[in-house]
Design a protein around this ligand. Structure first.
Ligand code: KIV
Length: 275
């Protein structure tokens, strides 16, 4: 069944949990799509896990278009959501609509995601009015890492918690079809989830969200940088790949690979004429 924004809304009504993962290319998106993942997020986390940057701030529209296009070719049934990169929507409502349109037209996204609460509500409203579904993102919003002074759990004290609840409602009222809650205490995520009619998608926000999202390199142990507390390792694909690379190097070095079964044949008569 094809996942759309309607599927996401229905899932909340029916209390069915939504599973999302990030993907940045064709093959990975295809595997996730085949596994029945509801939503594939072409996150600007690609700056860190694909491009090796220290944060997401250097990611450009061109980067997002390139990876979104590639992932879209692997998607048949998942909803493809593409992140709006830093400074592609904060600058003005006009920039936000134009750039969201480019991510749909060129990046083949079904929806876009942007970070922030009330301060980006005008952008969300305008993009939605242009018939582009928007996923919000509040809590730890990595594009604000310098303003936060680091990657920290958000909403722990009363004032911060009230602000997040307010941000969630602002995002919903502006017309977002879902909202990501990143690094928020479980009890606050539960309250936000109960207060909204749109699904909450948690990452480091505990068990009560309407859905979950993970960066696939984290859940497969493919990213050797810092692993946050909220990540569960579903496979040590990184370890398996390292072992496979080392075995390949060893076999090439010892002349074991390629074997006769990997080589192409030709008529002996032909080759003899060349000697
Ligand atoms: O960029 C990203 O991958 C994200 C997820 C962490 C939600 O925004």
């Amino acid at each position: 069944m094809k996942n759309t924004v309607l599927t996401f809304r229905q899932a909340k009504r029916n209390k069915e949990k939504l599973a999302m993962l990030t993907a940045y290319d064709y093959s990975m998106a295809k595997l996730m799509d085949q596994a029945g993942i509801n939503g594939i997020l072409v996150g600007d986390s690609l700056g860190m896990v694909m491009l090796g940057y220290q944060d997401t701030l250097r990611v450009t529209m061109q980067d997002m278009i390139h990876h979104s296009k590639a992932a879209s070719r692997g998607v048949e049934s998942a909803l493809l959501v593409t992140d709006m990169p830093f400074m592609s929507y904060q600058t003005s409502v006009y920039d936000a609509v134009v750039n969201a349109g480019i991510l749909v037209r060129e990046g083949r996204a079904h929806a876009v995601k942007l970070e922030g609460g009330e301060e980006v509500a005008p952008q969300i409203r305008a993009i939605v009015q242009a018939s582009i579904p928007v996923m919000g993102h509040i809590g730890l919003t990595p594009q604000s890492v310098n303003a936060f002074g680091g990657y920290k759990v958000q909403g722990r004290d009363e004032e911060a918690a009230r602000k997040l609840l307010h941000a969630a409602k602002a995002v919903e009222e502006a017309g977002a079809f879902a909202v990501v809650l990143e690094c928020v205490p479980e009890k606050l995520a539960e309250l936000i989830t109960k207060s909204l009619s749109i699904p909450t998608i948690g990452i480091g926000a505990g068990r009560e969200c309407d859905g979950q999202v993970l960066v696939y390199q984290d859940m497969l142990a493919l990213f050797s940088g810092f692993t946050p507390k909220f990540v569960k390792r579903y496979a040590d694909a990184g370890g398996m790949m390292r072992e496979a690379f080392a075995a390949y190097k060893d076999e090439v070095g010892r002349g074991i690979f390629p074997g006769p079964e990997h080589a192409f044949t030709m008529d002996d008569g032909v080759i003899e004429k060349l000697y």
